[in-house]
Design a protein around this ligand. Structure first.
Ligand SMILES: NC(=O)CC[C@H](N)C(=O)O
Length: 213
């Protein structure tokens, strides 16, 4: 019997923390919703949800020292997962309603408006994951995931040229145009869609993350 993995759902005031908590508990994690600095720093896995505007989420995250916590966890190789705006804020910057806000800059690039006939992109969609993805391991390539967003990262520019460093794995989806749907980058994983609202496929995806903790 492997140890039960402990996960903190980081509560900085901008995220559907209860549904994230339920989904993680359903796949066997010992889950706590908190913004407590020490618990968020020392738990097996930190999940950063995000609902709302990029700038408001960044303000809330900084007020709870979430920027510091994410940075120090990653510096020590401690797993972090971002969901929805919790993924968007990992990029260099976000532009929403003409407001440009600095993100955590874990990855270069700008999160901007989705160019599609219908926004928000609200509903189920497939993704195009790399063959060797650990996040999507064991999942049907035709599986669908639940998205609710009007902004996205359209490009991926972080290139890793050193063969000794594991290159990030990027998963794409399309709504009007191609956008980044998920990233696996060492201890930092993130999804634009909501695994906690994506049924069995989402549960398998969260299980895949929990198993790395
Ligand atoms: N579901 C969300 O809260 C996403 C909000 C984000 N500002 C976006 O539209 O992409």
């Amino acid at each position: 019997m492997t140890d039960t993995k402990k996960v903190v759902v980081f509560d900085y005031g901008f995220g559907n923390v209860r549904s994230a908590e339920r989904a993680l508990a359903r796949v066997g994690a010992d889950v706590e919703i908190t913004r407590d600095f020490d618990r968020a720093m020392n738990v097996d896995g930190l999940l950063v949800p995000g609902v709302g505007a990029f700038s408001a989420c960044m303000d809330g995250l900084k007020r709870a020292r979430g920027d510091w916590i994410v940075g120090r966890r990653l510096a020590g190789g401690r797993p972090v997962m971002g969901i929805c705006v919790g993924m968007q804020i990992l990029f260099e910057r976000g532009i929403e309603h003409g407001v440009e806000t600095e993100g955590l800059d874990e990855w270069p690039g700008t999160v901007g408006p989705l160019k599609a006939d219908v926004v928000p992109h609200m509903g189920w969609n497939t993704v195009d994951a790399p063959e060797d993805s650990r996040l999507f391991a064991g999942l049907d390539p035709e599986a669908r995931y639940y998205f609710v967003h009007s902004y996205a990262a359209h490009d991926w520019t972080l290139e890793v040229t050193n063969a000794k460093i594991r290159a990030p794995k990027v998963t794409w989806s399309t709504h009007g145009e191609r956008f980044v749907a998920a990233v696996e980058n060492g201890a930092l994983w993130a999804t634009q869609f909501h695994p906690e609202k994506s049924g069995d496929a989402g549960a398998q995806l969260l299980t895949n993350w929990i198993e790395t903790l």
